[in-house]
Design a protein around this ligand. Structure first.
Ligand SMILES: CC(C)(COP(=O)(O)OP(=O)(O)OC[C@H]1O[C@@H](n2cnc3c(N)ncnc32)[C@H](O)[C@@H]1OP(=O)(O)O)[C@@H](O)C(=O)NCCC(=O)NCCS
Length: 215
C-alpha cells in the first residue's frame, strides 16, 4: 500500500506542478496521479490520469490532493469537494522558493520555482504563485488569489479574495496606512502597471493600468 498524491488538473499548469510535487513529496511508497474529471483513464508524462471517483477508490494507505487549476472559482468548488470527502489538501512548494521572516499562507498554496515571499506577508488559502513571482513586505493577500508568471507585488499591497494578476504585472507599493488595494475578483491584465487601487470585479490593463471597458 502506498501514499497517493493527486494533482487536480492535468493541463499545462497541472503538468508543471506535478514535477514539483514529485520532488517535494518523493518517497518509495508514494504514487502520484493526475485527477481530471473530463478525461477517461489514460496517462500523462508517465502518470495515470483518473477521475475523482477513481481517485477515491484507488488503493492507498492515505491520500491527499493539490489543486493545480488557475480558475479560482473552480479551485474553490474542488476544495469543497475534497473537504466533503475528507481528503486533505496539500501545498506544493518548489525547492528554491524563498520564504523570509513572518510569512504565513493557508492550505493549498502552489508556489512555483523562483517565487519569493519576502517578509511579513499574510496569505489566505489556495494561493497560486506562478514562476518568478514575488510578494514583498507587509502585503496581505486573501483566499483563492492567483498570480500568473513574474508578477511583481511590491510592499504594502492588499489583494482581496479571488483576484487574478496576469503575467508580468507590476503592483505599485502602498504605505502602512494606505495600502494599494486590488479588489475582490478583479483581474489585472498581463503587463499592467497598477498605480492606483483597483475596484472589485473589474479588469485593468495598460501602463498606467485603466479599467478595460466591456464591449
Ligand atoms: C486582460 C485580459 C484578462 C483580457 O482578456 P479578454 O477579455 O479575453 O480580452 P481580449 O483578448 O478579447 O482583448 C480585448 C482587447 O484588449 C487588448 N488586450 C488584451 N489584454 C491586454 C493586456 N494585458 N494589455 C493590453 N491590451 C490588452 C486586446 O489586444 C484587444 O484589443 P483590440 O480590441 O484592439 O483587439 C487578458 O488579455 C490577460 O491579460 N490575461 C492574463 C493572461 C496571463 O497572464 N496568462 C498567464 C497564463 S499562465
Amino acid at each position: 500500500m502506498t501514499r497517493l498524491i493527486g494533482i487536480y488538473g492535468a493541463s499545462g499548469f497541472g503538468r508543471e506542478v506535478m514535477s514539483i510535487a514529485r520532488e517535494q513529496y518523493s518517497g518509495e511508497r508514494t504514487e502520484f496521479v493526475f485527477i481530471d474529471d473530463a478525461g477517461g483513464e489514460s496517462t500523462s508524462n508517465g502518470h495515470a490520469v483518473v477521475n475523482w471517483s477513481r481517485f477515491l477508490s484507488r488503493p492507498a494507505q492515505d491520500r491527499c490532493v493539490a489543486i493545480a487549476i488557475a480558475d479560482s472559482r473552480i479551485r474553490e468548488v474542488l476544495t469543497d469537494r475534497c473537504v466533503e470527502a475528507g481528503v486533505p489538501i496539500r501545498s506544493i512548494q518548489a525547492g528554491n522558493v524563498w520564504l523570509g521572516d513572518a510569512i504565513s499562507h493557508g492550505e493549498g498554496a502552489i508556489l512555483q520555482p523562483f517565487v519569493s515571499l519576502t517578509a511579513n506577508v499574510r496569505i489566505g488559502r489556495s494561493f497560486h504563485a506562478n514562476i518568478y513571482s514575488y510578494v514583498a513586505h507587509d502585503c496581505v493577500i486573501g483566499d483563492y488569489v492567483t498570480f500568473a508568471p513574474r508578477v511583481m507585488c511590491n510592499g504594502n499591497v492588499r489583494i482581496e479574495d479571488r483576484a487574478y494578476i496576469g503575467t508580468g504585472a507590476i503592483l505599485r507599493q502602498g504605505t502602512p496606512d494606505k495600502p494599494l488595494v486590488i479588489g475582490a475578483g478583479a483581474t489585472v491584465g498581463m503587463g499592467a502597471v497598477v498605480t492606483k487601487d483597483v475596484p472589485p470585479g473589474v479588469t485593468v490593463i495598460g501602463n498606467p493600468a485603466r479599467i478595460m471597458e466591456k464591449r
